[in-house]
Design a protein around this ligand. Sequence first.
Ligand code: UTP
Length: 294
Amino acid sequence: MVPVAGLGTRLLPATKSQPKEMLPVGRKPIVQYVVEELVRNGIEQILFVTGRSKTSIENHFDDDPELIRALEAAGKKDLLEELSGGSGAAHFFYTRQRQQRGLGDAILCAENFAGEEPFLVALGDSIIGLNANSRAVSSMAQVFESRRASCVIAVEEVPREETRHYGIVQPDSPGEDVFRVVNLVEKPPPEKAPSSLAIAGRYVFSPLIFDMIRRVKPDRRGEIQVTDAIQLLCDEGKRVMAVKLGPGEKRYDIGNFPSYFETFAEFALADPHYGEGFRRVLERLLAKAECQAG
Ligand code: UTP
């Protein structure tokens, strides 16, 4: 499932009437990268948990026969291919989170859909790897099976001084790429952080998580945090595993402006058609800014 119901307040005013998940990164909206990643990893059923003002996401993944005919008539095959982004293999489902009560609550909206099966959660505002080239979720699914886990979390190494911006995990065996999680700490200061491994926007859950979420009390902002529900799994001795993202699998979280700008610049620079031109523009702008500063 892909939760996309958040209010995106950190990206206001850009997100006043459009979902942050539809903001472009390079030439595509963020959520298209997420879907492409899932399809590449063999996932065919995708449930979006949406909210008010999010209908453009549904429209984006719907067929637009008029547009398709116009592009076919104009012979624009490349554009047609890019429009579908390989998402033709996916079946899309939608449900609404009626009140934005946090990620835990959004995941609860998938309960009927998941039934008795394990399922993947991919945050709609996080891209894994440049152009979403990542096999991380496949590795996570393998770990889920082979280690009979109740939950597998993707984690990413972050600079020690930045731990206060993330949910940080405490591994039982430091230094491994796949390890059991003993504890999770929400936004710890560096001196209190049990590691510098941050939860990175991809989770595999057994349906056990739904009962845990129901037991979580809302935080100060009234939100039900999924981290608290995973902590309950740890407390109950259930196996919570983590898979460290590899070197080519950086997590791009576009939830705030500095990281949105950086992600856009990195993807635009890597664009096969426009990257080189964009690099020259940036160099020119930087040289001009340096001249003005000097
Ligand atoms: P965030 O933690 O970034 O929250 O969500 P947010 O509400 O979108 O943004 P801010 O903090 O107001 O700026 C992470 C992911 O979880 C989804 C979001 O859409 C995003 O993809 N989410 C969050 C929900 O689906 N429902 C919620 O109630 C909260």
